[in-house]
Write a protein that binds this ligand. Structure first.
Ligand code: ADP
Ligand code: MG
Length: 456
């Protein structure tokens, strides 16, 4: 006998001796004899074999207990978060954490591309380490950089903890902003032009025949003047933001009329379903988590929207306010028009943080300036078969290509998210016009490929 065969024989003997073969045979015979064969045969066998298995009623009780325990844990975690938030770190602790975080970032030889790593010199670290933004926020450099200290792969690695962070730590933020927004050669005192939404009528339906574009969306980010940004919002201030925005939506008119839903009133299933339809946000982003974005979740979070689901305000997603307008077609003009009206309505009662050099202030420096991202979800099957050409074209047209499930996703089935790449240095109108012109050019390129395909 080969050694494998002898092992097999040994194993069979063992199974017989232990009664496994017998038990399995009995289960299979029982199933064979069963008049109404059960849909779930495995469950049947499992039940037959397992004397101490819970019956359905016991199972339901256990499931219930588990759900309750989960809810309880979530509450305790929230409580823990709240208590943690009350512990004030001493300047010495801040100093220690900053030095340790900086060291781990600089010692990492694999992830070297973050702008925080590029621009936070040892001299700047020394200068800023114990400086804070004005009371009562008292944000340290650490509060802005903690996420980049931990996530070395982050492209930027820094968030502003409050509006003052941009000035107090300016020698760090300014080069990061200029670098990210391609403004390295810009020596002007003002990087962002005045707001100008232009002539809305010049923005049009980019796909009246509904051949290519599945949806269009334009979003803006805003933060309420006088309140810190998410890294330093207190629990009370999360609620204060929500209250202020809710009050501001009460005067909405016409197609903007809708209702406000606070996150804790939306059950988990509905939340997941809304996120899937791109109309609600979820927690989870790791860089934002480390930066403190999800503290006290779901407190103060929520969404305002009209019944047609074409106008949305996300509250405390990261910035205090994300305003967005959508349509399930290519009518960018309609979308833009609604967005401009919605913003104007909010601005009647809310004052948003603005900077003389950087325009509208956001926690993440990538969104500064106009904060505007106009996008279409579009299917270009032929062009997307030639990614080199597609990405070269997009680059030339100042467009960014993403997958359709948020920032990091990949292109599936020729469907992608195309938007203006730039946020800062141009007017709102210029950026929306960039998208319009660029998408028209891409559709033309797709149509040329279609014709070439028919001819060839
Ligand atoms: P932003 O930073 O502009 O909010 P994200 O890429 O993080 O963009 O996307 C947020 C959500 O909005 C995602 O669910 C995304 O699929 C959705 N979204 C973005 N653009 C469109 C669009 N043109 N049509 C439909 N949904 C969109
Ligand atoms: Mg985003």
């Amino acid at each position: 006998m080969t050694s494998i065969e002898s092992k097999r024989v040994q194993y069979r003997k063992y199974l017989e001796r232990a009664g496994v073969i017998d038990a399995l045979s009995k289960a299979l015979i029982k199933l064979y004899e069963e008049q109404n064969k059960p849909e779930d045969a495995i469950r049947f066998v499992r039940k037959f074999m397992c004397e101490s298995c819970p019956d359905d009623a016991q199972y339901d009780i256990m499931k219930n207990d588990l759900e309750e325990a989960k809810t309880h844990i979530a509450k305790l975690e929230q409580e823990l978060e709240r208590l943690r938030g009350q512990i004030k770190k001493s300047p010495e602790e801040y100093q220690e954490l900053t030095i340790a975080g900086y060291k781990s970032l600089m010692d990492d030889e694999e992830n070297v591309s973050s702008l925080l790593r590029k621009y936070l010199s040892p001299e700047l670290l020394e200068e800023y380490m114990l400086v804070t933004t004005p009371a009562p926020v008292d944000a340290y450099l650490y509060d802005c950089a903690v996420s980049g200290f931990e996530h070395h792969e982050a492209p930027l690695g820094i968030y502003a903890a409050d509006a003052d962070s941009y000035d107090v730590f300016n020698k760090l933020f300014d080069p990061i902003i200029k670098d990210f927004h391609n403004q390295m050669d810009n020596e002007n005192d003002v990087l962002q032009k005045d707001a100008d939404f232009g002539n809305v009528d010049e923005i049009e339906n980019l796909d009246p025949e509904r051949k290519y574009i599945m949806s269009a969306r334009v979003r803006l980010a805003r933060n309420i003047e006088g309140l810190p940004f998410f890294p330093k919002l207190t629990e009370k201030q999360f609620i204060e933001v929500e209250e202020k925005v809710r009050a501001a939506t009460e005067t909405m008119d016409g197609e903007l009329i809708g209702s406000y839903l606070t996150m804790s009133d939306i059950d988990a299933e509905t939340q997941a379903e809304m996120v899937k339809r791109h109309i609600l946000f979820a927690r989870g982003d790791e860089q934002l988590t480390t930066a403190g974005c999800y503290r006290f979740w779901p407190t103060g979070r929520g969404v305002y929207h009209n019944p047609a689901e074409t106008f949305f305000i996300w509250v405390n997603r990261s910035d205090h306010v994300r305003i967005m307008s959508m349509a399930l077609c290519g009518d960018l003009g309609d979308v833009y028009n609604r967005l401009v009206n919605g913003l104007a309505e909010l601005e009647k009662t809310l004052t948003f943080a603005r900077h003389p050099r950087y325009g509208n202030l956001t926690a993440c420096p990538t969104n500064l300036g106009t904060t505007l991202r106009a996008s279409v979800h579009i299917r270009l099957p032929l062009l997307s078969k030639d990614p080199d050409r597609l990405f070269a074209l997009a680059e030339e047209l100042q467009l960014q290509i993403r997958g359709t499930d948020g920032e990091a996703a990949h292109i599936e089935d020729g469907v992608m998210d195309i938007s203006n790449k730039r946020r800062l240095g141009f007017t709102e109108f210029e950026l929306v016009k960039t998208l319009q012109d660029g998408v028209v050019a891409l559709i033309n390129a797709e149509e040329e490929l279609e014709i070439a395909g028919q001819e060839g």
